[in-house]
Design a binder for this molecule. Structure first.
Ligand code: GLC
Length: 657
């Protein structure tokens, strides 16, 4: 090690455990290098102290779009692209990705998170981290843990039973940790009554000892309530600088609550981080233009075609009207990126993508104006005369943002009226939704032919949407979060906890696990997404490698005349479980490019964890003997192939029932 804890005074070591300011680590009076931490998951958000403004960077798609791509390579590219901006502008650790589970569509930061399913969230976060760190820039896997609402996020305790924690709220971290993120960020909230920043069971017993995390555990900004207690629990670094932090640590040490060995152990992690920052290669590989192209590419892969009656898309041509509101860059708060990219209008992008075959006009009441009554009549007259109408609707950075949750999950009345009234006068309506989380589409979805979920896709949004509408790109995204029929159908309904405790009484039944268990219809299921191609599944084979290791193989055929990518999903069902288990759980997926008329063989491997549940009596992951079903689907509710297997472990590996 280049930096040795022995060369530091006790005071220097104590001061090292708290940031120097909002974004930098202490340097022990210049003995150590400066390390700069900076947001965020959708691109670099870095404060320029000289110019007193946020530095400009490429605004990549929000994580919701990366997740909807179901594409490990695209997640990697997304991370690597952001890392180039970090290198160029001097950020050493990127404070991303967030993997908190989408327990409720109301959560204000769902645009920043991956999924309602921990396997999907962890798998894509792993690829994202690998992408960022491949460039020698660190990451911060966050917010550990159970930070699933913005409402009262600093104080409201997440009350969760251990099996639910283990099966739903920890696995995304567990999977992403295999990418060895340089840091993990603890959340603000208490978990079962103990602050995350002081939660020894979570920080040391589980994260460090059980999950073998060997990087730096950093607090969320302002999440520490008592510094010596945080250090004792295993927190390495409190951010940002807080004037009482050093005194609290010194006080804890002098009172014998904290030993120098415990302080040294935390300091050691910080010194190791500094060495990573210094040692790992940092080479910018992309120009700003290439980063923009990557932003468009990620958007292409993560936009979801939810509905497409009569194959209205890709648009053939004719007179096309554009209307609605256009807010698409991303959700608000610490993840919002300031880009200086000047996008062309959607009209220009569509005209360019559609070429001579179409004439695109914008409703005479503009794309961002609220329609006046008089305006509405003109707009509908306008729509009546067109071959098709594209309506842009959704949320914006004020509705979906850090620090508050959404009040509901429907579109605004103005937007719903625009859709319903336009559909009265034109049968070819295409609705493009720009949002970071599930929208209740039930009031209008049956009235329109086509719905495209563009998410918040960053600076490349309009180009990507136009390419898909015109058929230059075949959509391949699939939902990483269920679109319910209404808020009251969701596991938490319209609740926000009681201001003291948020009780996770739905247990493991989150997202599709919930809608399956209570056999609830949904607007669009987890894993759903259409293509301009069509795919058939066949020839399922389940090859046994051991009692709990299997290879699941099947063939996907593109039965259309257009090339496309298909996300096939593998779910596991424990048919006669001795505990309540979800109807099915995602345990594998693959995104496969298949040329028109061709077939590809896909193989997914399953291991013991694919079948196990967390046993409270045994305090471990446990595979029970019995019948399991393997479900291969195009979505969680579009199962195309089903296979069966029986697990028969030796009796001494089974508990007595
Ligand atoms: C915020 C966020 C966290 C962010 C940090 C620094 O409160 O919770 O995600 O990285 O502070 O801005």
């Amino acid at each position: 090690m280049k930096y040795d804890v022995k060369n530091l005074t006790l005071e220097e070591k104590m001061k090292l455990l708290t940031g120097k300011n909002s974004w930098e680590l202490e340097t022990a009076n210049g003995k150590l290098p400066s390390v700069f931490l900076s947001d965020g998951p959708h691109g670099l958000r870095m404060w320029d102290a000289e110019k007193r403004e946020t530095k400009k960077a490429t605004a990549m798609p929000n994580i919701v779009v990366v997740a909807n791509s179901w594409d490990r390579e695209l997640a990697y590219l997304d991370g690597a692209t952001i890392a180039d901006d970090c290198i160029e502008k001097g950020a050493d650790v990127l404070l991303a990705p967030g993997v908190n589970i989408k327990r409720t569509p109301l959560c204000g930061r769902n645009f920043e998170y991956f999924s309602e399913d921990p396997y999907l969230a962890g798998t894509l976060a792993k690829a994202y981290i690998e992408g960022v760190q491949s460039k020698g820039v660190g990451t911060s896997l966050k917010h550990y843990c159970a930070n699933n609402r913005e409402y009262d996020r600093f104080y409201q305790s997440s009350e969760i039973d251990e099996r639910t924690l283990r099966e739903i709220y920890l696995p995304a971290f567990e999977i992403a940790l295999t990418a060895q993120p340089w840091t993990v960020m603890c959340s603000y909230n208490p978990i079962n009554g103990v602050w995350a920043s002081e939660n020894k069971w979570l920080l040391t017993d589980i994260l460090r000892n059980e999950f073998a995390f060997d990087g730096v555990i950093v607090s969320d900004w302002g999440a520490v309530h008592n510094s010596w207690k945080a250090v004792k629990a295993g927190l390495d670094l409190e951010m940002p600088y807080r004037d009482k932090a050093y005194e609290e640590i010194k006080d804890g040490y002098e009172k014998g609550y904290l030993t120098e060995e415990e302080i040294d152990a935390r300091v050691q992690k910080i010194l190791e981080l500094m060495e990573k920052v210094e040692n790992d290669k940092k080479v910018v590989a992309t120009t700003k233009e290439e980063r923009h192209e990557n932003a468009v590419k990620v958007a292409h892969g993560g936009i979801v075609l939810l509905k497409n009656e009569d194959n209205l898309l890709p648009l053939k041509g004719g007179n096309i009207l554009l209307n609605g509101t256009l807010e698409y860059m991303g959700g608000g708060g610490s993840a919002f990126v300031q880009t200086d990219y000047k996008p062309r209008s959607l009209k220009e992008e569509l005209a360019s993508a559609l070429g001579e075959r179409a004439r695109v006009s914008v409703s005479n009441f503009g794309m961002n104006s609220e329609l006046s009554l008089y305006g509405a009549r003109n707009a509908y007259q306008d729509a009546y005369e067109k071959d098709a109408v594209i309506l842009c609707v959704g949320n914006n950075a004020h509705i979906e943002s850090e620090s508050h949750d959404r009040a509901g999950i429907r579109l605004s009345c103005t937007q719903e009226d625009l859709i319903l009234n336009t559909a009265k006068v034109n049968k070819n309506v295409i609705v493009v939704i720009f949002a970071g989380s599930a929208i209740d589409v039930s009031p209008w979805v049956d009235k329109v032919k086509t719905v495209l979920f563009a998410g918040f896709s960053g600076e490349g949004t309009l180009q990507a949407v136009a390419d898909i509408i015109a058929g230059k790109v075949n959509p391949s995204g699939k939902l990483s979060e269920t679109f319910p029929l209404c808020l009251s159908d969701t596991p938490t309904g319209d609740t926000r906890g009681d201001g003291f405790v948020d009780c996770y009484q739905e247990g493991v039944f989150v997202g599709y696990r919930w809608y399956d268990k209570y056999e609830k219809a949904v607007a669009f299921p987890f894993g759903h997404g259409l293509s301009y191609a069509s795919f058939e599944y066949s020839d399922l084979e389940i090859c046994k490698k051991s009692e709990t290791d299997y290879e699941v193989s099947y063939t996907v055929t593109n039965t259309s005349r257009v090339d496309g990518k298909e996300v096939s999903q593998v779910y596991v069902r424990d048919v006669f479980a001795m505990v309540t288990r979800p109807n099915k759980e995602l345990k594998g997926f693959e995104k496969t490019f298949i040329k028109a008329g061709e077939s590809k063989r896909v193989t997914i491997t399953l291991n013991a964890r694919s079948f196990a549940y967390y046993s409270i009596p045994l305090k471990k992951w446990y595979v029970e003997n019995g019948d399991f079903e393997i479900l291969v689907g195009a979505s969680s509710r579009d199962i195309r192939l089903t296979g069966k297997l029986k697990i028969e472990l030796p009796e001494n590996e089974q508990v007595t029932h």
